[in-house]
Design a protein around this ligand. Structure first.
Ligand code: GNR
Ligand code: NI
Length: 169
């Protein structure tokens, strides 16, 4: 396992559309292991492969609290089968947009289909933080960041702030 570098805005790779995975094999599991280690080290609650520069439709997540046991989750080729009409706001952040937080409104519940770590097809209902996080991660697969849901003014300010921090680092 290895910790990989997380790309930050305005890196154009983050705007790429990720491609479906053909088979869940040992190489893919090695990628998912690296992603999970990178996510825990950051620390974060989710990570899409494109955030480490790999344009595959792969997500890792762990939304367990700090005092809970780890609950790693793996999503390969996830699809949203259904989204609720009712929406909920959540103060989001992103490892690719460090130190920026703002409220995004998304469907409150979604129904998912995906392949897990073993390559088995799973269907699952998500709500609460799980629903927020999976939708945030699935946006990454389309090259969409949470700041793309904000006004242009807020988005431009966020990118400028991250650029400035990167220069100072
Ligand atoms: O670590 C993360 N926290 C978070 C908080 C609110 C909404 C979404 C997230 S995902 C983020 C990690 C990340 O950037 N995943 O792409
Ligand atoms: Ni993110």
């Amino acid at each position: 396992m290895a910790i990989r570098e997380i790309l930050t805005v305005p890196n154009p790779i983050l705007k790429q559309v990720s491609q479906p995975v053909e088979t869940v094999d040992e190489d893919l599991r090695a990628l998912m292991d690296d992603m999970l280690e990178t996510m825990y080290a950051a620390p974060g609650i989710g990570l899409a492969a494109i955030q480490i520069g790999v344009p595959k439709r792969v997500i890792v997540m762990d939304i367990a609290g700090p005092d809970e046991e780890r609950q790693p989750r793996y999503y390969v080729n996830p699809e949203i089968l259904w989204s609720s009409d009712d929406t909920a706001p959540y103060e989001e952040g992103c490892l690719s947009i460090p130190d920026i937080y703002d409220e995004v409104e998304r469907p409150a519940q979604v129904k998912l289909r995906y392949l897990n770590y073993q390559g088995e097809q799973i269907e699952e209902d998500a709500e609460g933080l799980f629903a927020v996080c999976i939708q945030h991660e699935m946006d990454h697969l389309e090259g969409v960041l949470f700041i793309d849901h904000l006004s242009r003014l807020k988005r431009d300010r966020a990118v400028a702030k991250v650029k400035k921090q990167a220069r100072a680092a």
